[in-house]
Design a binder for this molecule. Sequence first.
Ligand code: 13P
Length: 252
Amino acid sequence: MRKKIAAANWKMNCTLPQAEDLLNKLSTANVHVTEEKISIIAVPYAYLLLAKQILAAKQNIFVAAQNCYTKKSGAYTGEISAEMLQSMQIPYVIIGHSERRDYFNETNSMLADKVNIALEYNIQPIFCCGEALDIREAGTQNSFVEKQLKDSLFHLTNEQIIKVVIAYEPIWAIGTGKTATNEQAQEMHQHIRKVLAGKFGNDIANNISILYGGSVKGANAEEIFAQPDVDGGLVGGASLNAEEFSTIINSL
Ligand code: 13P
């Protein structure tokens, strides 16, 4: 069975004292997580070890990085490698967030390389896809997302794709307070699962977690997560508040 996942993406937020405070609150929060219902906290690189340390006693809450580079090591100032993440025992990494695609020109083929290197170092990618508003308005969102998946994931083997978590994040819903409707989310998630099934088969597609991201809050998490093909969420703004994010975890 695929896992239900409440993932936090802190993005470039929190000073060290703020990060420590938020992690301490999460470590004592009353959240119901199990092997099948997990939480993942993607913090800035600088806080990865701190997060691991503070959350060490919390079973089924994992720490993630928000990105990694395509290369193994070398003269790439300011970048972080999958090998470094593995050496810190970080189990997940977000790959291809729309902010990375937009502001740092990450292309589908570069993201294929990032997925490859993450998997090579046994780190599970949380692969983001999703369309901008003009594509949604033109009604071509299904083929757009399909191409993102094909270009960055279709070269993987069955053993590899099963380790990937997908996050569908429509760009028009990120940080805007404008969530996709339950129907829009379900429709796209079903489409993504169908695309995966076409390439990797039904069994595999049914075992891949597909998260929704874009203005998820405590108040709307439960209804979005109740959609049959929505297996949880990737949460930005609302994950910076421990109480709000706890409500989201408990909505799984
Ligand atoms: P918001 O939850 O702030 O809309 O951000 C979503 C997101 O980009 C998570 O990766």
